[in-house]
Design a binder for this molecule. Sequence first.
Ligand SMILES: [Mg+2]
Length: 333
Amino acid sequence: MTNSNSDAPKLGEFELIARLFAPLAAHIPGALGLTDDAGLIVPSPGHDLVVTVDALVEGVHFLAADPPGDIARKSLRVNLSDLAAKGARPRAYLLALSLAPWVNDAWLAAFADGFAQDQARYGIGLLGGDTTATPGPLTLSITALGEVESGRMIRRAGAQAGDRVFVSGTVGDSGAGLAILKGEGTALEETTRAALVARYRLPEPRLALGAALAGLATAALDVSDGLIADLGHLAKASGVRIVVDAPLIPLSPGTRALWGEGREAVIRAAIAGDDYEIAFTAPASRESAIREAARASGVPVHAIGRAETGAGVVLRDENGQDIPLSRTGFTHF
Ligand SMILES: [Mg+2]
């Protein structure tokens, strides 16, 4: 990492970091071996750089007892999910770490290995970073850099009245996985339980689908706070009202096994967060192109509603009645 570590008490740890993290930058020429004050990145001709950052805090986003490789991979993947929702292809990332006193060499090695695995999976590398020590909780911040053809980043603003609303994959699996970790679903088959917990621990950023949606979707975001809450963000940015038909929200067989077939299961799924699916809007005339993008990327896409004139987001039942929601999704404050 670059070297503002003068406040660090454990020099051995920082030598170890240099040994663990420099290899993650080896294939990124602009990282300059993590020995300079800054890294360098040149976008491909005719492309814009797309930049996103997420901070994760021990006790809020992960626990000290979680597998360190999973912490690394999830923190990287939630950033890649933001790039996916913007139609961008990932290029590189930067990592800022504030190490808690309990961190040891074995933890750091497993943490770095998590990044190595996902770098290989997604074809990216470490462009730069910074490390400090803190007496408080472990904190990490990842900045991901991607690129998209100039002018084609899919924004939250852009949905038009009359557009259809779509979501990729299935909704609620991550929330179901978290519920299982908290003690629900003890009677479920172990494979079902494990699959749902995996969706919580390691989201899969929809990068191929997102890239294919650039030029098709009028607005998009990734579902992190919860489907309804996030569609509310999109509605606000676009200046439209979004109507979601509850029966059309796609739930996996595993989530249905846990939460049942009824309306309550759909509501729970629609307000659970951490799905990291892409919710987006597009005119009905592009629906066949969207189906083709879904097929080519191997990720199903479901039409779940429509944008109208007005504001806000509403969930409708099978009879067209509004379903009142006491909360729409996760919020930090
Ligand atoms: Mg997002």
